[in-house]
Design a protein around this ligand. Structure first.
Ligand code: F6R
Length: 643
């Protein structure tokens, strides 16, 4: 069920397991199209509880989480306080956790996070705020944790507990192995959790190894629990938690026992749930063209048979008899789906001139297209679509590259120091160069924001790497645009809000070039959110410009690749690469030297970008081949965005 925010007042949560389509599910959950509308609904539930408690003259005890998931909920609560007079004077809060050791003034502390996102902006009494103390002496920890539990009990227990979920299945920092009865304690963080926290700490080595966390028992004693999960990164753990068996390997599964817990999730986080991924297994479906392809590809992959070899029995045995009756025979359906996939393949990503384009992914006309490739960081263009980029140039299109952000925070201090020292050999008196060198050499912890001069140097390093790569692929410097979108320029991993200024910069470029094609990153699993912000900005810009006559003739293609890839059934254009082109693409990626050798924001894949992307392009080709299509060395994949 995808809910519309308009309906929130009449919202009734369907009980898990009551209907056929939720029969695999053991935790009540509600799906939303976007995390924004979902967060607003959750904030309203909290606000209603606070008001109810105010009316009955009692305290409202909230258990609060940190991380990226609850940010919009806090934003909405702050808005309600400022604009609607929602008062927090009767609210007592208990935060789930804090890193250990961790000083509360450190910008990476959860103490800092909570004040920045919520407490500094509302009228909560400071004495009503409880956050585990990250500098408590180790010999006092045991008693400190007991006292935290007692304090929760003394105020009558938690009325409403807000949770996020880690990819390990942790709630709070209750990592795999946690006991269902556990209470507040010190815990060692799982490696995956530390990897996920690495960007905020500018590298995994700076992430604390321990944390103080409320226990599973503490959380489960709350009268009401709402868990938030957004994005593709959470889809596997959400499926395991909602559909799997209760196990200490996935501590969030303990919530299956709770009588009043709801998971609030967005489309992407829900995408592995049986009723979302394979709806034909749990209900009768409205067979749209894309659902048919999804189902047939799924069946072919499940049975490890090329599409053209699927039989009536295969369909009937796997919940697709209604599709078959709609389509006639397996033979007809197979050919139709095979052709659909076949028609996605093209060596002419800008369209094949002077040829019938009725079954091609791109238009033949205009034969020479104006193209803008938007690249969130200065390297996503070559990493994700280096082969297609090369073809577009070779086939004579006017290709522009727009680097949306400077990418400066992904340049390590060591790399920047190298360049600063070279600059010093050229001009030893430069005050700016000497200041940069001093700053880098003296920076001990990574909790200081780089001064503007260091950020500028790091940005310039990425700029020259990008120009080296775009020159190699044959486009002139005048076609390379460095947008330096302001939302990114905070000097820290946490980005600013998107503003009209960001959108206007993109508007201006599109308006100037008037492109026939736009390529952009639809790579929403990027762990630090920049790709999502860049896409949101582009979509806002397209929305603003869409009535312009030239936009009627502009097609938008989304690529992926640095972090994950489109599923075969989602692909609208598949551009094959020869082994030589694969090497050329690799070479282009190599120009981005500051991003080699263990980059700062690697995620949980320790391979370098060129290795992962070659693997992914090879895998897409293999998947096509397994479905019965031709055997290519590698394929870059695109999905069309219709506006
Ligand atoms: C934070 C916490 C964690 C996070 C979880 C998800 O207080 O207890 O359990 O909720 O790690 O983090 P995000 O929301 O950043 O994906």
């Amino acid at each position: 069920m995808i809910l519309d925010l308009e309906n929130y007042k009449t919202l009734t949560y369907s009980k898990a397991g009551r209907f056929e389509e939720t029969r695999y599910e053991k935790i009540h959950n509600v799906l939303f199209k976007t995390s924004n509308e979902a967060s607003i609904l959750v904030a309203r539930e909290i606000a209603a509880l606070i008001k109810e408690k105010t009316q009955s003259n009692s305290h409202c005890v909230l258990g609060l989480a940190t991380g990226s998931s609850p940010i919009k909920v806090y934003e909405e609560l702050v808005r309600m306080h400022k604009e609607e007079g929602l008062s927090f004077s009767n609210v007592i809060t208990f935060n789930l956790d804090e890193y250990y050791p961790m000083d509360s003034s450190n910008i990476q502390s959860y103490h800092y996070f909570m004040h920045e996102h919520l407490f500094n902006h509302i009228d909560i009494l400071p004495e009503n705020i409880n956050i585990p103390n990250g500098v408590i002496k180790s010999e006092d920890l045991y008693q400190y944790c007991i006292d935290y539990e007692i304090k929760i009990k003394e105020v009558g227990g938690i009325d409403f507990q807000l949770l996020g979920i880690g990819r390990t299945g942790h709630i709070g920092f209750n990592e795999p192995g946690s006991h269902f009865n556990s209470s507040t304690r010190i815990i060692t963080l799982d490696h995956i959790t530390r990897i996920d926290a690495a960007p905020a700490f500018l590298g995994i080595d700076n992430v604390p190894k321990k944390a103080i966390t409320m226990g599973i028992g503490t959380v489960c004693n709350a009268k009401r629990i709402v868990l938030l999960a957004w994005g593709l990164n959470k889809n596997t753990i959400i499926k395991k938690t909602i559909e799997g068996d209760i196990s200490s390997n996935v501590p969030a599964t303990y919530l299956q026992h709770h009588k009043n817990a709801t998971f609030v999730i967005d489309e992407e986080a829900s995408s592995e749930l049986t009723r979302v991924k394979t709806p034909w297994l749990v209900k009768s479906c409205l067979w749209t063209a894309s659902l048919k392809l999804k189902a047939v590809v799924w069946l072919s992959e499940l049975l490890k048979k090329p599409i053209l070899k699927l039989t009536d029995k295969d369909y009937n045995d796997n919940g697709m008899s209604d599709l078959l009756s709609e389509e006639g025979t397996a033979y007809d359906l197979n050919i139709k789906m095979f052709n659909r996939l076949q028609h996605t393949i093209t060596g002419w990503p800008g369209g094949k001139p002077n040829s019938d384009d009725s079954n091609r992914p791109e238009r033949a006309i205009p034969t020479k297209k104006k193209v803008i490739i938007f690249s969130p960081h200065p390297d996503d263009d070559v990493i994700s679509m280096g082969g297609t980029f090369d073809r577009l140039v070779e086939q004579g299109h006017e290709v522009h590259i727009a680097y949306q952000t400077s990418g400066n925070i992904a340049v390590s201090n060591e790399e920047a120091l190298k360049f600063a020292e070279i600059a010093k050999t050229i001009n030893s008196d430069s005050k700016e160069v000497n200041n940069i060198i001093d700053f880098i050499k003296n920076e001990k912890d990574n909790d200081t924001i780089d001064p503007l001069s260091v950020r500028r140097l790091k940005g310039s390093i990425r700029k020259s790497e990008s120009l080296a790569a775009t020159r190699y692929l044959g486009i002139s410097d005048t076609n390379v645009h460095f947008l330096n979108l302001p939302f990114y320029e905070t000097g820290t991993i946490k980005k600013g809000n998107i503003t009209q200024e960001d959108i206007s910069i993109v508007n201006e470029l599109i308006n100037k070039i008037q492109p026939n094609q736009i390529f952009a990153a639809g790579d929403l699993a990027d762990p630090h959110g920049t790709h999502k912000a860049c896409l949101d900005i582009l979509f806002s810009s397209i929305n603003f410009l869409k009535e312009k006559p030239y936009m009627q003739d502009c097609w938008v293609w989304l690529y992926r690749g640095a972090w994950h890839e489109w599923e075969s059934y989602e692909i609208d254009m598949a551009v094959p690469m020869s082994p030589d082109q694969v090497l050329k693409k690799r070479h282009a990626i190599f120009y981005h030297q500051s991003q080699k050798d263990g980059v700062m924001f690697q995620g949980d894949d320790s391979r370098e970008f060129w290795v992962r992307v070659e693997d992914r392009n090879r895998l897409t080709a293999k998947k096509y081949n397994d479905l019965g299509l031709a055997d290519y060395a590698a394929i870059e994949a695109f999905k069309r965005y219709h506006f």
